[in-house]
Design a protein around this ligand. Structure first.
Ligand SMILES: NC(=O)c1ccc[n+]([C@@H]2O[C@H](COP(=O)([O-])OP(=O)(O)OC[C@H]3O[C@@H](n4cnc5c(N)ncnc54)[C@H](OP(=O)(O)O)[C@@H]3O)[C@@H](O)[C@H]2O)c1
Length: 257
């Protein structure tokens, strides 16, 4: 895995200001730590203030800079206000990672309108208005880079999770449209993970038959650790990917190969 020494040499992240939404656990937390280890100052956003406090301690102990904001991305009307606070912390935000997300495992015949609204309010509506709030500030200043965490389920059918898959497919297209609209000042890309061991997947992966079915479709024969998403995200945020925008980088252990 990428350690502090390796990430400290990652080109172009040192001195950057990054906003990571969904940073209290899982993939977003790993990305926040990875960015801090690479020298970026990090604003972390999620609803769990205790988890953000722990992350604050970990990043500061490592010599990094962190601001935790306890906010609900599903409440779109409040986004502009806390994005403003994040921006004022260090005078700008150069990078945004949207790693907040929820899934819903109800079958298509069972899913309720309330479940649909909850999922789309966060995965898509919140993601859009977050990009709008930050995009207008980036366009009025020095530009920036944005990475949205989509999903393998937004690319191919997993035979389940119709609502979640629809939200992730929409996120991939929304990202590519905004990449066209906001070029050349802002580059936007997606990272689409395959199966990653996090709280989101823990119940599902605890069932042996589910885990074996996944491993059968994954040439690398395992699920990923959250830290294995960090390299792709840093690549897309940094100048290492300076001629890439509007793309979807699938990090799935070979599932779609
Ligand atoms: N794990 C996988 O296999 C996998 C695969 C493909 C894609 N993804 C995507 O990767 C992203 C991260 O997933 P994960 O597996 O790391 O999930 P996770 O462990 O459940 O973490 C989800 C994160 O989103 C935050 N969040 C949830 N609702 C929120 C809200 N209303 N407002 C603000 N933050 C909220 C959570 O923080 P709080 O609860 O503290 O708010 C948490 O930090 C998601 O978009 C997911 O769809 C995951």
């Amino acid at each position: 895995m990428l350690d502090k020494k390796t990430l400290g040499q990652y080109p172009g992240m040192s001195g950057m200001n990054a906003l990571v939404v969904g940073s209290s656990r899982g993939i977003g937390r790993s990305i926040a730590v990875g960015l801090a280890n690479a020298g970026a100052a990090v604003v972390g956003v999620a609803r769990s203030s205790d988890a953000l406090d722990e992350l604050d301690d970990e990043i500061r102990e490592g010599g990094g800079q962190f601001l935790g904001l306890t906010q609900d991305l599903g409440e779109a009307d409040a986004i502009d206000e806390w994005v403003d606070e994040a921006w004022r912390w260090r005078g700008s935000i150069d990078c945004l990672v949207n790693a907040a997300g929820v899934t819903n495992r109800s079958t298509a015949l069972e899913v309720t309108t309330a479940e649909w609204d909850q999922l789309f309010d966060l995965n898509l509506r919140g993601a859009f208005f977050l990009m709008q709030a930050l995009g207008k500030r980036m366009l009025a200043s020095d530009g920036g880079t944005i990475v949205n965490i989509a999903s393998l389920s937004g690319v191919v059918s997993d035979g389940a999770q119709a609502v979640y898959s629809a939200s992730k497919a929409a996120m991939i297209r929304m990202t590519s449209v905004l990449a066209n609209q906001w070029a050349p000042q802002i580059r936007l890309n997606c990272v689409s993970p395959g199966w990653v061991e996090t709280e989101m997947t823990s119940n599902f992966l605890a069932v042996d038959s589910n885990r074996s079915a996944i491993l059968e479709c994954t040439p690398l024969q395992r699920v990923a650790a959250p830290t294995e998403m960090v390299g792709s995200v840093l690549f897309l945020l940094s100048d290492m990917s300076s001629f890439m925008t509007g793309q979807n980088l699938v990090v799935d252990g070979g599932w779609t190969s």
